[in-house]
Design a protein around this ligand. Structure first.
Ligand code: FE2
Length: 323
């Protein structure tokens, strides 16, 4: 007996994400008088004429079965460069498309607990996405829209992606070369990977509530992360970002207690963006702070980061209208 297939649940997507002359691997529906009508069948090429028809009829939403979401994300990832370059698509939609693509690749990257051949392949796939979209991530205009999407989610990869975006944008402000921004971006993405093997009750506990022994375990994660990533070809710049992301300008951080004179500026940028994203993200033990509250917390924590660096960060967020 053929098992019954459950009823589809439709979710809306923007028709602007569908690229003319692309093969679309999922069914696309239109809504007409309360019914969902097939517009383009899975596997068929969407023609320019169909795209023009949607635009001419001012169709703002098309629909896909919720079970096709993974397939939709894969499709988005394949066409992401064209989508980001398309000035006809509103910036918030482009930022959403980028965030979806990054979240999909980040999720699959973190599914591998111990970096092996699959991890390396997935790492390079993510790196390819970042390389081809670096211009978009670093531009001041998309940052406002990106910040709305990347601030959501509890997983380590959500926090990694967000830390990466802020770090790359801030490094761009300082005029770093592209290869260094990319290396730091990948380091920022992976900075907390050492938390994966640690007891999750320690990782998700309010840091202020940790016992001395628990804090000592948690503080191992930069070293565990750097060691975990040492078995594949990660740049020394990215390794430094992982290893030193909890250091402080006043030398009271961990694991080495190096002060700002010994920490390269690019690492200090990761430290700052890591702190900012942690504070502005919902955590199991507290609600997210608003951007200005988070910045005030960092400002009041004398010695966490160098003041001129914090000032540049505040200026960047303010220009992006994030505060
Ligand atoms: Fe961390």
């Amino acid at each position: 007996m053929v098992p019954k297939r459950s009823k589809p649940q439709y979710v809306s997507i923007s028709p602007l994400m569908l690229r003319a002359d692309s093969r679309v691997p999922f069914d696309v529906f239109l809504r007409h008088e309360g019914n969902y009508v097939l517009f383009n069948a899975a596997g068929m090429t969407l023609t320019g004429g169909q795209c023009r028809e949607l635009a001419a009829n001012s169709v703002n939403n098309v629909y896909i079965d919720k079970r096709s979401l993974d397939s939709y994300r894969t499709y988005l990832n394949e066409y992401i460069t064209g989508i980001l370059d398309d000035e006809g698509i509103p910036l918030d939609k482009r930022a959403e498309a980028w965030s979806n693509a990054a979240a999909m690749l980040g999720k699959e990257l973190y599914e591998d607990k111990l970096p092996g051949p699959t991890f390396e392949k997935r790492y390079h796939r993510f790196e390819q996405l970042i390389t081809s979209t670096a211009g978009f991530i670093q531009s001041p205009k998309p940052l406002k829209h990106l910040s709305g999407f990347i601030s959501k989610g509890y997983n380590i990869y959500h926090h990694g992606i967000s830390t990466m975006v802020y770090s790359m944008a801030l490094m761009h402000e300082f005029g770093y070369q592209d290869f260094k921004i990319l290396s730091c971006g990948m380091g920022a993405l992976l900075h907390d990977i050492g938390k994966i093997g640690l007891p999750q009750d320690i990782v998700t506990k309010d840091p202020a509530e940790l016992s001395g022994d628990e804090a000592a375990v948690l503080q191992l994660h930069p070293m565990v992360g750097a060691r975990t990533c040492s078995c594949f070809n990660l740049s020394s710049i990215a390794s430094n970002c992982i290893l030193f992301h909890h250091e402080r300008a006043d030398g009271k951080g961990y694991p080495t207690k190096a002060g700002s004179e010994d920490i390269p500026q690019y690492v200090q940028i990761i430290c700052l963006c890591n702190a900012y994203d942690t504070l502005t993200r919902n955590m199991p033990y507290r609600k997210a702070l608003r951007p200005f509250e988070a910045l005030k917390t960092i400002m009041d924590d004398d010695g966490m980061v160098e003041k001129p660096l914090l000032k540049r960060f505040v200026e960047m967020l303010s220009r992006a209208e994030i505060m």
